[in-house]
Design a binder for this molecule. Structure first.
Ligand SMILES: Cc1cc2nc3c(=O)[nH]c(=O)nc-3n(C[C@H](O)[C@H](O)[C@H](O)COP(=O)(O)OP(=O)(O)OC[C@H]3O[C@@H](n4cnc5c(N)ncnc54)[C@H](O)[C@@H]3O)c2cc1C
Length: 395
């Protein structure tokens, strides 16, 4: 796809590329395979070949310098046509904007090309056993060493660590510090001696999450983003990207998932009482999707004005994850007996299996990136001005 930094023509060009590209991609990977690793890796490669990654980065770093609104519109276009999530979305949507905002020139020059080219997958090393919602209680430690730091600790739930070349992690670099003071935002080489990754099998049968152990891992001084001890500020900015822009494509996808539930409703053989009850639940889901859509418009407006998603990120994350559970539950129930099929069934049951997989997967969505309770705390404190919850520092 040719380069166009003019903005208005971009979406038309992207649409012209997307439809035939997706049609031929579907011969290799049908829609129900969207969540598979192989499918997400291949889609990432196709986007890169078409110069449809790094849209908002400056030309200096190989980007196209398009406005964030074009990026969001592109995400929306992809979601509308049911495209998969590219494999490295953690790097593109969370780490890259964080580096562009806080990284040094040499960090940007060193790390951004691998993200753009799709050769370096990243993972996020925040959570630890005992430090999830209360992220500020991180115990992984960095001790000063000759050219940087020696890191020791144990991370958990680290998505894609088994594929990742790099990890951005929160590490306590000030001994005896407590809470969010004394944490640093480090870029850790996952191939360095002393890094061990152990997969965690999920309800779906897949193993995308891992425990990561750091045993005297050497991290050069130049791999700290921002100042030593200022990692909390950087992680919180990254969390805003995560809850805002990172989740937007998923939010748009929800409208299509609702349509699928409506189609299943239309063909399910329901008796009248059942029909009314499902119709009522579908109406409720549709109303929630409408509210989410209005919120998305608000976020897009804020981002277009040069602001961050702010509190809307927390609101969207909460509404989306809970509504998605509602919609996928409806899909599952309306599938009838086909819903008892396992998430890995293939052949004529592949589509039903994908509903079961999404049902199981959706249970995690009210936990990842801050649980629903934590989002409610954030909204209560920042939007409603209620007294602060002093027991945790939510991530
Ligand atoms: C699918 C998935 C992918 C993930 N990927 C990553 C990743 O790549 N990198 C990473 O670092 N982490 C990742 N996580 C971890 C995730 O960030 C944590 O699971 C999450 O922050 C919750 O922490 P926890 O599991 O320790 O639960 P806890 O914090 O122990 O919470 C347990 C329960 O207590 C509630 N609770 C806790 N504190 C409060 C409070 N103050 N007020 C009210 N209720 C409270 C919670 O809402 C929850 O219901 C992932 C998680 C999932 C499910």
């Amino acid at each position: 796809m040719t380069d166009n930094t003019e903005g208005p023509g971009f979406l038309a060009q992207a649409s012209a590329w997307l439809l035939p590209a997706l049609a031929s991609f579907r011969q290799e990977f049908p829609a129900h395979a969207n969540s598979s690793q192989a499918c997400r890796i291949r889609w990432n490669a196709l986007l890169r070949e078409a110069n449809l990654v790094s849209l908002t980065w400056s030309a200096e770093y190989g980007g196209r310098a398009l406005p964030t609104t074009d990026l969001i519109a592109f995400h929306e276009l992809c979601a509308r046509h049911g495209a998969p999530q590219p494999i490295n979305s953690i790097a593109h949507s969370i780490l890259a904007p964080t580096l562009l905002q806080f990284g040094t020139d040499s960090q940007k020059a060193h790390f951004l090309p691998g993200i753009r080219q799709g050769t370096e997958i990243w993972c996020q090393g925040y959570s630890e056993p005992g430090s999830g919602s209360d992220l500020a209680s991180v115990r992984t430690r960095g001790a000063p060493a000759a050219d940087g730091w020696l890191v020791n600790g144990h991370k958990i739930w680290t998505t894609q660590a088994h594929l990742a070349r790099w990890c951005f992690a929160l590490v306590r670099t000030k001994p005896d510090s407590v809470g969010h003071r004394g944490l640093s935002f480090m870029l850790i080489d996952m191939r360095a001696p002393g890094v061990r990754v152990s997969p965690i099998r999920q309800l779906t049968g897949e193993a995308d999450y891992n425990e990561v152990f750091f045993d005297n891992v050497a991290v050069p001084a130049e791999n700290i983003v921002g100042d030593v001890g200022q990692g909390w500020r950087i992680a919180m900015a990254a969390a805003e990207y995560e809850r805002g822009v990172y989740f937007l494509p998923r939010v748009v996808q929800l409208e299509h998932e609702l349509q699928r539930a409506q189609a299943l409703f239309a063909r399910a053989g329901l008796v009248p009482g059942e029909r009314d009850s499902y119709a009522h639940r579908l109406h409720e889901a549709r109303d929630r999707c409408q509210v989410i859509r209005w919120r998305v418009e608000q976020v897009i407006g804020r981002v277009a004005a040069g602001d961050t998603p702010g509190i809307d990120g927390a609101i969207l994350k909460l509404l989306w994850s809970e509504t998605r559970q509602m919609v996928i539950e409806l899909q599952l129930e309306l599938s009838g007996e086909r819903a008892v099929i396992g998430p890995e069934a293939a052949g004529e049951y592949a589509e039903d299996a994908s509903i079961v997989r999404e049902f199981l997967w959706s249970r995690a969505e009210t936990i990842v990136a801050g649980t629903s309770e934590i989002q409610r705390n954030i909204i209560a404190e920042r939007l409603l001005g209620l007294p602060k919850d002093k027991s945790t520092h939510a991530n």
